[in-house]
Structure formats: C-alpha cells, structure tokens
Design a protein around this ligand. Structure first.
Ligand code: SAM
Length: 226
C-alpha cells in the first residue's frame, strides 16, 4: 500500500511502535552489533559525501541529522575538520539525552545540539540548513513524502539531502528488509528506489543520484540538491 494512503490510526501505530522501540533501546543502542554491520557503514558513506562536497569550502555551514538516534553521525561530523554546526533531531527524547551526554563528554557541545521532534514537523524556519541527512530512520516514517517536503523547505538553495536506508530492490535486500526487519520491527516500510526518487522529484530536488553498497546488508544512499 502506498504510504500516502495509510490512515491516521495506522500512522499513529507506526509512530508509537517506533517510539516504544527506541525509548527502550536508547541506553544500549551504541553497543548493538548492528553498529558494526549496518549503522557505522552508513555513517561513513554519508560523511564521505559531505566531506567530498565541503572540503574545499571554508565557510561555516549548518547540518541537521534527522532520526539521529544517539547522535553518532552528527557527532562524527562535528568532530571533523569541517566548519560545521550540527544538530541531531530524534523523536525519542531518550535517544537525544544519550546524544547530549556524549556531546558534553567529548567536548562537542559547542557545535552539536539536539532537538526532540518528529521528522514530519521540523521545528525550523525555511532555509535553515545547508545539509540534512537521514540514516536508517526513514523506514519508520508513516508519511515519507511529507518528510522529504519538510526537508526541502528547511534547506537553503544549493543545500543537499542525503538519505540512507535499507536497499530492498534485490533479492537479498528484500529478504533482509522486507521480510526479516519487518518481522522484527513490524510497522516499517522500506521504500523501493523509484518511490524515493518520486519523493525527491516532487519535493523539488534536483541532480538526484543514488549509490547502492553493501552485499549482505545492502544500503541505498540517495542525494538530492535543493
Ligand atoms: C535505527 S535508528 C537510527 C539512528 C541513527 N540515525 C543511526 O543511523 O544510528 C532510527 C531512529 O529514528 C528515530 N525515529 C523514528 N521515527 C521518527 C520520527 N517520526 N521522527 C524522528 N525520529 C524518528 C527513532 O527514534 C530512532 O532513534
């Protein structure tokens, strides 16, 4: 079923399932074996893209990571040599609390902050960020197209959106994400790549490109320019 057509009850169910799962997982999230096999490779792909784009530009820029979990990706960005101010946003207050604590402990809290909010309603004015990333979180969103439009709204002209999530368009990805992950996480949807492409195009993104990587846990990175 197209996600745009799902009813209010089902969408609230998706959100409360995600919230329950992640509030409970926050304190042990960083020790999960999935860090090594799924999350860290995704962070590296996103950081590599941002670094390649910004490395020769010494102007400060603003980055937002939505569905940031414990904030490892924005923390890695904030700790890099790039002149970035980073914000992590997550629906789960417990995830944000862990992220804030890590930022304080590593002395990154002057360039990294956290906001507990829903990716569907980003609490920022139009044109607030130069880059928005979303790593392994998009499949939890009941209104994915709305989220992509929100991201386009808060990006400055020339800004970029980097979306990374499970690639379910080959047999391995279908078994892993549509069968196994769905059986475990229940209310999730890994969008096929043409669906993601449509979200980006209709939100007004240009120069859309994608890279698939990983064999047993295939991931898809989609990048669009505002
Ligand atoms: C699998 S974790 C990924 C966390 C982090 N991006 C990473 O790659 O490690 C998914 C995260 O998405 C968050 N999330 C789910 N639905 C959300 C929503 N509607 N708005 C914001 N965050 C959401 C969850 O709370 C959770 O922290």
């Amino acid at each position: 079923m197209a996600l745009s057509k799902i009813g209010y009850e089902r969408s609230e169910q998706m959100k409360s399932t995600a919230m329950g799962e992640f509030e409970a997982w926050a304190s042990s999230y960083d020790a999960s074996p999935l860090q090594r096999f799924l999350f860290q490779p995704a962070y590296r792909m996103v950081l590599e893209e941002i670094y390649r784009w910004r490395k020769d530009d010494d102007r400060p820029f603003d980055a937002l990571d939505i569905g940031c979990g414990t904030g490892t990706l924005p923390a890695m960005l904030a700790a890099s040599s790039l002149p970035v101010r980073a914000v992590g946003l997550d629906y789960s207050p417990a995830m944000c609390t862990v992220g804030e604590k890590k930022a304080r402990e590593t002395g990154l809290d002057d360039r990294l902050s956290f906001v507990a909010a829903d990716s569907e309603h980003l609490p920022f004015p139009d044109g607030s960020f130069d880059v928005v990333s979303c790593s392994n979180s998009f499949h939890h969103y009941p209104h994915q197209e709305t989220v992509v439009k929100e991201i386009r709204r808060i990006l400055r002209p020339g800004g970029r959106f980097l979306l990374i999530d499970g690639f379910r368009d080959n047999v391995i990805g279908w078994v892993v994400f549509d069968m196994i992950v769905k059986a475990v996480e229940k209310e999730v949807f890994h969008a096929p790549w043409p669906t993601i492409d449509g979200y980006f195009r209709r939100a007004g993104f240009q120069a859309i490109r994608r890279r698939k990587f990983g064999f047993w846990l295939p991931l898809l990175l989609t990048v669009g320019e505002a």
